[in-house]
Write a protein of this length. Structure first.
Length: 293
């Protein structure tokens, strides 16, 4: 069967999804959630190409537009407001592929965050693919800038040549650097207090909410990070240094893959193909845990 459009509803709004059926009788599928201000095709057609790649390997795929994006009606939502959209997409995907028993959620940027917030709430979710997850805070962004942009500039011959020839204003650069340093040196949140009842995905700073979703979801996780991306750099810093994230990225259920030269949206074909191959291998390698009807 070829891919086809499916219209489904969240309340009064109509959402559009595209089903890629995969192999007959397939037990595991992939739900592609879209992050940021884009729709189901994705930057550089990445989501479309990923879905076709996986379906050609027999894996059913459903990609869709959240409310307020693409061809779906309603106001635009942030990744913090799409629980109902995710649930409706999961229900629709399950109805359209009735032999499927479990689903892997695949998300880029904010959609990776939305996947972490949602996955532990739905027993059908068998795994998560988190691509350049969004954990943005002002402090975290400052640290990412310091470790990437500013350090690279200070090591650049062009920067010092421009400063010596008067093309750059060293004073302005120094003020900017000092501001970033002040933000980066603010104390990190220490995590849950002794009076907390457990991980909370609904309140608190975003990195803590993300860690809470990670802890609540007990299934396998594939993390894919770009090397030339501030969003990925900030996630690395949080996952490595924030107390609430201590040890999470090193768990045995976690697979980490990195593309050192890739940008945030994997704009080159070889980067997109590598992400698709990593996803395909990982999804097909998962043990089947869904129960028979």
């Amino acid at each position: 069967m070829s891919e086809r459009a499916v219209v489904f509803r969240v309340g009064e709004e109509e959402l559009l999804g595209i089903l890629h059926p995969g192999a007959e009788g397939a037990r595991r599928g992939v739900l592609i959630a879209v992050g940021g201000p884009q729709y189901r095709v994705g930057s550089h057609r990445q989501f479309l190409l990923l879905a076709r790649h996986l379906a050609a390997q027999g894996i059913p795929v459903f990609r869709f537009d959240f409310r307020g994006m693409g061809d779906s009606s309603g106001r635009q939502r942030t990744f913090k407001e799409v629980h109902d959209d995710m649930r409706a997409a999961m229900d629709t995907f399950s109805a359209e592929a009735p032999e499927m028993r479990e689903v892997v959620i695949w998300g880029l940027c904010g959609a990776a965050s939305a996947g972490l917030f949602y996955a532990w709430r739905d027993d059908r979710v068998a795994g998560l693919v988190l691509v350049n997850p969004w954990v943005r805070t002002s402090d975290g962004l400052a640290r990412a800038y310091l470790r990437t942009y500013y350090l690279q500039r200070l090591a650049s011959r062009d920067f010092w040549t421009g400063a010596l020839r008067g093309r750059l204003n060293p004073w302005n650069s120094a003020k900017s650097l000092a501001g970033m340093a002040r933000a980066a040196l603010r104390p990190r949140a220490t995590g849950s207090s002794a009076h907390d009842t457990g991980p909370d995905t609904d309140h608190g700073p975003l990195p803590e909410r993300m860690a809470a979703g990670w802890k609540r979801f007990q299934g396998p996780i594939l993390v894919i990070l770009s090397g030339d991306d501030l969003t990925a750099a900030e996630f690395r810093d949080v996952a490595t240094n924030a107390p609430v994230w201590n040890g999470l990225l090193q768990e045995s259920r976690v697979t980490l893959q990195e593309l050192p030269d890739a940008n945030h949206t994997f704009s080159r074909r070889e980067w997109r193909d590598q992400v698709a191959n990593w996803t395909d291998d990982w999804v097909r390698g998962l043990p089947v845990t869904g129960t028979e009807p």
